[in-house]
Design a protein around this ligand. Sequence first.
Ligand code: ADP
Ligand code: MG
Length: 700
Amino acid sequence: MGCDLRSPLLFDYMDINSNITSIKGVGAKSAELFNKLGVETIYDLIHYYPRAYCTYPQPESSISNICGDEYCAIEGICHKSLITKKTARMDITLGTVNLGDDQVDLVWFRQPYIKSKVSPGKRYIFYGMVRMEKGRYKMEQPAVYLPEEYRSLTTGLYPVYSLTKGLTNSKIGKMVDSSFGMIGTISDHLCDDIRKKAGLYHLREALYHIHFPDNEVDRKKARERLAFDEFFDLSMILNLEIGRSEKEPNTFKLPENKYSQKVASSLPFELTEGQKSTLSDIESDITGDVITQRLVQGDVGSGKTVIAFLAMTRFAENGYQSVIMAPTEVLAWQHYETFLRMIKEQDLPFKAVLLTGSMKAAEKRTARELIASGEANFVIGTHALFQDSVTYHDLGLVITDEQHRFGVKQRKALTGKGGDVFSIVMSATPIPRTLAMILYAGMNISVIPSLPAERLPVKNAVVGKDKREASYRFIAKEIAAGHQAMIICPMIEASMESDKTDRENVEEYAKTIRPYFDPSVSIGILHGRLEPNKKDKVLSDFAAGKIHIIISTTVIEVGVNVPNATVMMIENANCFGLSQLHQLRGRVGRGAFQSYCILVCTSDDKDSMARLNILASSNDGFFIANEDLKLRGAGDMLGVRQSGDMSFKIADIYADSELLVAARDAALDLLAKDPELTSDEGSLIASHLHEVRKHQFTNL
Ligand code: ADP
Ligand code: MG
């Protein structure tokens, strides 16, 4: 099987962005089904990669080698002609094939034409599933092949696609195949040089053979090329977006460390080793020769805020301003309050100023004035911080917290504000170092590997639906003891989709559980469709203890710190990825109290239980990410994927880590030679990236 590359002179080729209805055999009805799979154009179809591959088994000529539930091929002879019976509902075609001494009954529904395909006395291979029924072997709807025809199939690999009802695997395969014929040749945006260096397939070969590989080696090569592209594209886009400016010399003078020393030594707790080494990394950055950017990766609850405070104090004590930007108003408020408390407790001569979008105009004006005059040493806020009307005064450091909520552009806008300033990005997403190197191109990386030792580990329970009421009673007790609880549901409102009907939704859930609690218990709801103001109000009421139970979708996942919350109950926990569950669980266990996480598993599937038990057995985010990976083979386990920062269809950030490094190096090499992508090779890549942005990395 090769590519169908007809000469462009003889054939009018289709634009790859044409609608799939331009493929022969795709009418309005199938187009609708394809749309359900996210396939609207020929481009989409060609990039609709198989989810797996199957091989055709060697044909058996004895029934004894065949075990129940698997597709198999049997070789034998039908001594009699097939017969077709007409029933009121459909045509049924019947026959019997002899394999040595055994007989297998054959049944086809609605396929009367099969009769003419099978001649008595001739040898055939039937491919299907054999079952035992009323003491006889039976194969339903088998595919029929001549022996030589079948044997040519057994050497290949066949694509298995994710389907939707009404669309068969073979239809998708056929349409993909015709697409290749229709669009003619596919040119490669990667030049020979890059391809040769990394030992990659031509794009045309890779795209065709990812669907129709000749063999396993071929499939691997095709996959490798496409995975390389995903890494390469992301690397290029991020590097182009952020700009790989030359390292600027560090002109900040930071000799004074009186206050930061004092704060560090009089904290109510001992810093963890990870916190200490992160601080010393930051110290060598800011006293070094050049301006740097640093990523601080630390699990939820690892204590990143105090790092921010100490780093900002280092600048304040030397007369420089610094900024911390949070992704939500509530988080900004929380940081502000923490900062005010620390300043007071430590008796520091510094001023913290808050600036968020929801503040009144007059308050904002005052804040801006304090920032511009330099009276504000610590500036805390949301994206309102990078509006044009904000002018900074001797800005030295910009910190962005829980970065994965920010797009690259926003990050750039804020960093661009103060000219050349130090920047620190704080993230709780446990991504492997190799990927961090790409996503945070040009940044140094520090990791805080463990949580403070004296923190009481969250107690976990994986339960079935039958334990719901007991859970509510437990929550009621915790509330009576002065604590708060969060319940997560996967949906906002009742779903019409049949496969989602057993998923709990926030709106109904709040009503359902009401009777289980005393009227004095206040229940709030939170989800992404609430207006931003309402969302923030609910969260701040919860933080202030005015709401006892918050029922929420996963929007609560990022960074909310309510140490008084001691129960996290997650409905339909089996619907979530482990890493995401871990992030959710990180919302409790942040104070001095014992906290609990109740995972309600609503699937009877043994694997779901096993997966959730991994979570119950460990509170370590990196460990969980790895286990999750082993079970699911990477992919969408990462919070980063949900945030829309990137999506890999085929690449696996763990298994393909070598490829990832090669792709990043290739991208950096190219950009070093051709930073604006103006050369012949570069401009091909530039227009390719333009397409990719449309199709894949839409949110960057
Ligand atoms: P995150 O890394 O998720 O942002 P926070 O900075 O909000 O975590 O810290 C969570 C809690 O842990 C805070 O109440 C903080 O005061 C506390 N904390 C931070 N560092 C330590 C430490 N070394 N020992 C004990 N508690 C700590
Ligand atoms: Mg935090």
